[in-house]
Design a protein. Structure first.
Length: 257
């Protein structure tokens, strides 16, 4: 190989390697986690800001541990309005959130996304204590966990469904503060993934932060969150549990993809 070519390759390496390392460090620093998480977050921020014209309300004054650079356990709880909900919430919270998600919604073609996002899969109809234990372990290690306690996307939109008591149990066992969020004006589509392709003016609002570690009854803790969300948004409360509807008619209420 000619000496000139060696010099060119050496110069390229001297410039390229630091650039790659700087890029990797910058991606990791976005919300924490891996380089892939940072890359997905970069894409997501552009997507939700442009396609969904996302409006964030109350995120400028978040208390610890929900701010960028914070450490410590925290639970993020929100109503479930569309498939894009985890994306728009993550855009407001600049720490990596591990979401609990219905396993049936995890399409194999997006396996690399689920792996990078370290999704906590929930299998309704089964005693899935493994996922709950993993969520609590993640919280006790100082991470954030995201939960949609209604159990599935609310249909029709514009109402609040009952919360599953698991959210209160996780809060009590982990002793982590709970950030309650209201999501609205997302696209209403027949399937969860349909909302990805429809434009919107989605709004994500902070309702408040709740300390539930001293509430011994998980159902009481869950009820407190449910009441706070209902009072904040003013939506009617539909007492029909989505999970109970699924248990009674599993064929009719299969996870929509």
């Amino acid at each position: 190989m000619p000496p000139t070519l060696w010099i060119i390759l050496l110069a390229a390496a001297m410039v390229g390697i630091p650039a790659i390392l700087w890029t990797a460090r910058s991606l990791r620093a976005r919300i924490g986690g891996s380089v892939m998480v940072g890359l997905l977050d970069l894409v997501n921020m552009g997507y939700v800001r442009w396609w969904h014209r996302l409006k964030l309300v109350g995120f400028d004054d978040l208390p610890p541990p929900f701010r960028k650079g914070d450490v410590g356990a925290g639970i993020v709880v929100a109503n479930h309005s569309a498939g894009i909900d985890p994306l728009v919430v993550q855009a407001g919270i600049r720490r990596f959130i591990r979401w609990m998600m219905w396993a049936d919604m995890m399409l194999p073609v997006l396996g690399f996304v689920w792996k990078a996002a370290r999704i906590l899969p929930v299998s309704y109809g089964k005693k899935d204590t493994t996922t709950v234990r993993e969520a609590i372990r993640h919280l006790k290690s100082g991470g954030l966990v995201g939960i949609f306690p209604e159990g599935a996307i609310t249909r029709p939109p514009g109402e609040i469904r009952p919360f599953q008591a698991g959210v209160g149990l996780v809060a009590r066992m982990s002793k982590a503060p709970v950030l309650l969020i209201h999501i609205h004006d997302t696209p209403y589509t027949p399937t969860a993934f349909g909302s990805v392709f429809h434009r919107s003016r989605t709004v994500v609002e902070v309702v408040g932060v709740f300390d539930l570690k001293d509430v011994k009854d998980p159902e009481a803790a869950t009820a407190r969150l449910h009441e706070a969300l209902a009072q904040h948004c003013g939506w009617p409360v539909n007492e029909e549990s989505i999970l109970e509807m699924w248990r009674e008619n599993p064929d009719e209420y299969e996870a929509p993809v």
